[in-house]
Design a protein around this ligand. Structure first.
Ligand code: 2M8
Length: 426
C-alpha cells in the first residue's frame, strides 16, 4: 500500500463529511453530529488541521445540558426525517436543562477528555493561544460529574447505560437478555437507515421497537435519571474503561492548567478498581452487568477487551493471548471481531454482532502501545489501513475477509486509521 495515497484518501473522507463546525459520521446514514464519533474524528482530524479538531469538539461541548451531560446526538434540524429518531422525536427544547441546539437526551461513552488531551498535544501552542483547554476543562469536569452523580444506578462506582445506544454498540449480544425484558410499545416507525445499509447488516425491527420504547420513556420522564423503575440498566466494560481513561486525561489537563491533577488520578483509580467487578474468571475477559437482574452477562465481546487499556490491568502478553484464541483470532485479517467467533449467534455482517470495527481496533492498538508491544500495534495499524482503503473506509467489515459492510466513507474509519498512520510511523 502506498502510504501517501492512503493519507490522501483518508483526508478526502474527512473533508467530505465536514459540515463547517463538525463532521457527520457518514453523509447518508448519519446526517447529524454524534458524541463519541466526534471525539474519534477529532483524534484523526488533529493531523489534518488542529484548528478543525478543536472546533469539532467545541461544537459538541456547546450542546452540553445544564446537568453536565454531553448528548448522544446534536441534530441538524434540516435533516429531521432523514434519520430516526430525529429532533422532532426528542423535542429536547421542551425538556428542562436542555441547550439551544436540538439534541437527543441520551449519552455515549465518555472518551471526550482523552480526545481533548490528544487534540491539545497535536498543537500545544495553538491550543494555548486560543485557550482551548481552559474552556474545555470545566465542561469536561461537569460531564464526568454528571456521570458520577447521576449515572451510577447500580451503586457499584460504574456508569450505568439506560439504553443500548448509550454504549455505542447498539445490538451487542450483551443486550439480548436485558432487552428481552423491555416491552415493544412503539410499533409504528420509519427505518431510514435501511435506505443506506442492508437489512442483514442492521438491528432488527423488534430491536428498533424496544430502542424506541426505551427512548420515548426516557424522554417522557424529561430524561430524569431519578426514574426508579427504568426497564433497562446495564454496566458496559468499554464505556467504563473509557471513563477511567478520560479521567486520567483530565489529570493531565488539570496539571497543564496549573490545577489539581490528584483528584482526577484518584477518581481514575477508583473507576479502574470498580471495573474489576466486571471481570469474568470463566471467560477470561471483562463482561457487562445487568443492574436490574443483578447478574453478569457472560459473553465475549470486543467491549470486554477495552479495559485492557488500563496500564495497571492486563499486560500485552495477556492481550495477545486473548486475541490469538479461537474466540477472537481470524485467519486472514488481524482486525478484531466485535463478538466471539465461536458463538452460535456470531454474524460476520450484522453490526455489533461480529464484524470488525475501526474504533475498537484503534483502542486495542492503544492497549498494545501501553503494554509495551509497539510492534503488535504497528501490525494491527497496517492491517487496518489496508482494510480501510480496500473497503472504501467502510463502517465495519467481515473479520475474516475484510469485506465492507454498513455505510462507506465513514468518518471514524478514516480518522483513526490516519491517526495510526501518523502516530505509529517507524
Ligand atoms: C450507531 O448508532 C446509531 C445510534 O446512536 C444508530 O445505529 O443509528 C453506532 O455504531 C454508534 O456507536 C455510532 O456512534 C453511531 C454513529 O456512527 O451509529
Amino acid at each position: 500500500m502506498n502510504e501517501a495515497s492512503f493519507a490522501t484518501a483518508a483526508r478526502a473522507v474527512l473533508d467530505e463529511n465536514w459540515r463547517g463546525t463538525h463532521s457527520v459520521p457518514a453523509g447518508g446514514l448519519y446526517p447529524h453530529q454524534w458524541s463519541w464519533d466526534s471525539a474519534f474524528i477529532a483524534i484523526g482530524l488533529r493531523h489534518v488541521s488542529p484548528e478543525r479538531a478543536r472546533i469539532e469538539l467545541e461544537s459538541l461541548f456547546a450542546a452540553q445540558w445544564s446537568d453536565g451531560r454531553l448528548p448522544q446526538i446534536v441534530f441538524d434540524r434540516a435533516r429531521d426525517t432523514d434519520y430516526s429518531p430525529g429532533p422532532s422525536f426528542w423535542r429536547s427544547e421542551l425538556i428542562p436543562g436542555s441547550p439551544d441546539a436540538s439534541t437527543a437526551g441520551l449519552v455515549q461513552p465518555p472518551i471526550h477528555a482523552w480526545a481533548t488531551w490528544l487534540v491539545h498535544a497535536a498543537d500545544p501552542a495553538g491550543s494555548r493561544r486560543g485557550g482551548f483547554l481552559a474552556r474545555a476543562y470545566p465542561q469536561l469536569v461537569a460531564w464526568h460529574s454528571y456521570l458520577e452523580t447521576r449515572r451510577d444506578r447500580g451503586g457499584s462506582g460504574l456508569i450505568t447505560a439506560v439504553h443500548p445506544w448509550e454504549t455505542g454498540m447498539d445490538n451487542s449480544p450483551f443486550w439480548d437478555g436485558p432487552l428481552s425484558q423491555v416491552s415493544r410499545d412503539v410499533s409504528d416507525f420509519e427505518r431510514p437507515d435501511l435506505h443506506h445499509a442492508a437489512v442483514h447488516e442492521r438491528p432488527s425491527d423488534s430491536e428498533y421497537s424496544a430502542y424506541l420504547t426505551l427512548a420515548a420513556r426516557y424522554r417522557d420522564h424529561d430524561c430524569d435519571d431519578a426514574d426508579g423503575q427504568f426497564p433497562f440498566l446495564v454496566e458496559d466494560p468499554a464505556m467504563n474503561a473509557l471513563w477511567a481513561e478520560s479521567e486520567r486525561s483530565l489529570a493531565l489537563i488539570a496539571a497543564e492548567l496549573g490545577g489539581d491533577p490528584f483528584r482526577h488520578q484518584a477518581r481514575a483509580s477508583a473507576i479502574s478498581a470498580a471495573l474489576e467487578s466486571l471481570w469474568s474468571d470463566r471467560l477470561g475477559v471483562f463482561v457487562a452487568r445487568d443492574v436490574i437482574a443483578g447478574e453478569l452477562l457472560e459473553r465475549r465481546t470486543v467491549s470486554g477487551l477495552v479495559p485492557m487499556l488500563d496500564a495497571d490491568g492486563l499486560n500485552a502478553d495477556e492481550l495477545r493471548s486473548v486475541l490469538a484464541s479461537d474466540h477472537f483470532s481470524v485467519r486472514r485479517s488481524v482486525m478484531v471481531p466485535s463478538y466471539d467467533l465461536q458463538a452460535s449467534d456470531f454474524s460476520a455482517s450484522n453490526y455489533w454482532r461480529g464484524p470488525s470495527w475501526f474504533n475498537t481496533g484503534w483502542l486495542i492498538a492503544q492497549a498494545f502501545v501501553r503494554g509495551g508491544d509497539v510492534a503488535a500495534a504497528r501490525s494491527l495499524g497496517a492491517e487496518m489501513r489496508r482494510v480501510a482503503l480496500e473497503s472504501d473506509f467502510a463502517e465495519y467489515v467481515d473479520p475474516s475477509s475484510g469485506a465492507a459492510h454498513g455505510t462507506r466513507r465513514f468518518s471514524w474509519t478514516a480518522a483513526l486509521t490516519l491517526d495510526l498512520d501518523v502516530e505509529l510511523a517507524d
